[in-house]
Design a binder for this molecule. Structure first.
Ligand code: CTP
Ligand code: CA
Length: 223
């Protein structure tokens, strides 16, 4: 039955999804974070599970909930924690979708006690976080790697550079120039670019429908 095989087309596949923001600690009560709601990653995880995949969802702090018990949620706070978990699981997965808004930098020092407002000025020194997706791209074997690119200028060019630099199979370009797209909105307008630099602009859609389109790219890859 074609309908049934279509509806369970990812049975036997394991997919790792990263989602949400990361929180980079400053002291026991403070962090540097971002506005990622996690919705895109959770919608992707739910859709993968609906099609029969085993899903490992490595998630930063969000209010999102998963619908399906085929999704194993591993909660992390910082980029460094997300890095460790992703590498722990990478060998056993068939594909990765990196939807997390990973902090590019983390405070160099984490104070053991709450920092007091003793000075007029306060400077936080920061170090670059490892690029989780690029580090997976560098060691990938058969894994199909999908990344996101959030750009505000020279979108296509920057996204292509990320494909090459991170050794991706596909990138989902999110342009903040598009009205109705981006953080906190229910809709998104994306452009797919594959590793051969084929460009496929998509319509403005609900994030659920964008998630379906992304998951279809994995389905097509295994067809
Ligand atoms: N990403 C990651 N680890 C990081 C930073 C980003 O895995 N430390 C992933 C994101 O999950 C996303 C992709 O890389 O899938 C691109 O993220 P983006 O912020 O657009 O690009 P960066 O490589 O961080 O470059 P820049 O912010 O300078 O544009
Ligand atoms: Ca970044």
């Amino acid at each position: 039955c074609e309908e049934l095989s279509k509806s369970l087309s990812l049975i036997g596949k394991t997919v790792l999804v990263t989602a949400g923001p990361t929180y980079e600690p400053i002291d026991p009560v403070r962090f540097i974070g971002n506005h990622s709601s996690g919705k895109m990653g959770y919608d992707i995880a739910n859709e993968l599970a609906r099609l029969g995949a085993e899903v490992i969802l490595v998630s930063g702090p969000t209010n999102q909930k998963v619908k399906d018990k085929r999704v194993k949620v591993i909660s992390i706070m910082s980029a460094m924690e997300m890095y460790t978990v992703c590498h722990d699981y990478f060998e056993q997965v068939d594909a990765v979708i990196a939807a997390a808004a990973v902090a590019d930098y983390r405070p160099r020092h984490i104070a053991n006690q709450k920092i007091k407002k003793n000075t007029e000025e306060f400077v936080i020194e920061m170090d670059k976080n490892p690029d989780i997706l690029a580090s997976l791209g560098a060691i990938k074997k058969e894994q199909f790697l999908i990344g996101f690119a959030l750009e505000t200028e020279n979108e296509i060019e920057h996204a292509k550079q990320k494909i090459t630099k991170k050794n991706l199979d596909l990138i989902v370009l999110n342009s903040l120039n598009d009205k109705g797209a981006g953080f906190g909105k229910p809709t998104n307008k994306v452009t797919f670019i594959d590793k051969d630099f084929n460009i496929q602009p998509m319509e403005l859609k609900s994030k659920e429908d964008v998630a379906k389109d992304i998951v279809q790219k994995i389905v097509e890859h295994y067809e």
